[in-house]
Design a protein around this ligand. Structure first.
Ligand code: DON
Length: 304
């Protein structure tokens, strides 16, 4: 399989101007990103690295960081984790409040905002210095100590993130948040503000293509069962109310963020990240979805 040839073909065939979408501006600091930024990085377990465009430029990974938080929290609590958060797709937008009241403050899954807030609460309870230790965990997974938070993005979301305030407060009222709501939100906003490039994201996500083992050091981060379950959650919940459509079109587990990044995993083979900041109504990168659909169509390879 000549991945570079296929990525080149996708890049030249794609009439990028033709696709719509809008850069996320509900977090003021994200609105400044140039809308025509574009990068792809595919990292294969057997064949190395393949790239297009701005694959090494860092951007705000936003919700993609929820996957790393889950990866850190899952081995700490084991299966007890699923008493605090479910594993069903929500079929609702990522920041929706509606199910939480009916379902007694237990979020549908760890990748919607409510679920990620519960995961943040768990990490705060377990860690001495949550922000620092979480950042070091992501640096270890990526093999890159240069990865950091963007304080401006985190503080900008803190000033405007009223829906997350509502989600955390509602869950606190049901007893599903142990720590102070403001501490959980502070950690959550910093977690979402991490910046990584497509290259760093695809290399880090090789962990999930490799059944929970770090792709370079061989360190076991998740056991095989945890890795299977986490990938299943990526497939069923990674794209919120578009999880069905992403699976239908692309056929790979993955995760998006409102910074315009999407990462997808082809188990035992590769991980691929795309960055294009214009989003559709569900908050997923329009071009990102298009590129990945073309990739699995042209290669004829997906999990199905
Ligand atoms: O909480 C928020 O709204 C953002 N920090 C993250 C949302 C996000 O990335 C959803 N992804 N598509």
């Amino acid at each position: 399989m000549d991945y570079q040839k296929i990525l080149n073909e996708i890049d030249s065939e794609l009439d990028k101007g033709k696709f719509g979408g809008k850069v996320a501006d509900y977090i003021p600091e994200l609105a400044d990103v140039k809308e025509d930024c574009f990068g792809i990085h595919l990292c294969s377990l057997e064949k190395g690295n393949f790239a297009i465009g701005q694959n090494e430029q860092r951007f705000s990974i936003q919700s993609i960081s929820k996957v790393f938080a889950l990866t850190m929290a899952y081995p700490m609590l084991g299966e007890k984790l699923w008493k605090r958060v479910g594993v069903e797709p929500s079929g609702n937008p990522f920041n929706s409040l509606v199910q939480l009241e009916y379902e007694s403050g237990i979020p549908r899954n760890p990748l919607i905002n409510a679920g990620a807030l519960v995961i943040c609460d768990i990490l705060i309870s377990k860690l001495q210095n949550p922000k620092q230790e979480f950042l070091e965990f992501v640096q270890k997974l990526s093999g890159n100590p240069g990865i950091g938070f963007n304080k401006k993005v985190a503080e900008s979301e803190k000033e405007t993130g009223y829906r997350n305030v509502a989600l955390a407060s509602l869950m606190k009222s049901f007893g599903n948040i142990e720590n102070l709501v403001e501490d959980v939100l502070d950690f959550y906003f910093y977690m979402c503000s991490i910046e990584m490039s497509c290259k760093e994201l695809s290399q880090t996500f090789l962990l999930y293509a490799n059944h929970g083992k770090h792709f370079v050091t061989g360190e076991r981060i998740l056991n095989a069962s945890q890795s299977k379950r986490l990938s299943a959650i990526l497939l069923t919940c990674g794209f919120y109310d578009q999880a069905g459509e992403f699976t239908f079109k692309v056929g790979l587990p993955g995760k998006s963020g409102v910074g315009g990044g999407i990462v997808a995993v082809f188990p035992e083979h590769y991980s691929v990240a795309v960055w294009s900041p214009k989003l559709n109504k569900a908050g997923n990168s329009v071009l990102g979805m298009e590129v990945l659909e073309r990739l699995t169509t042209k290669t004829g390879l997906s999990i199905f």
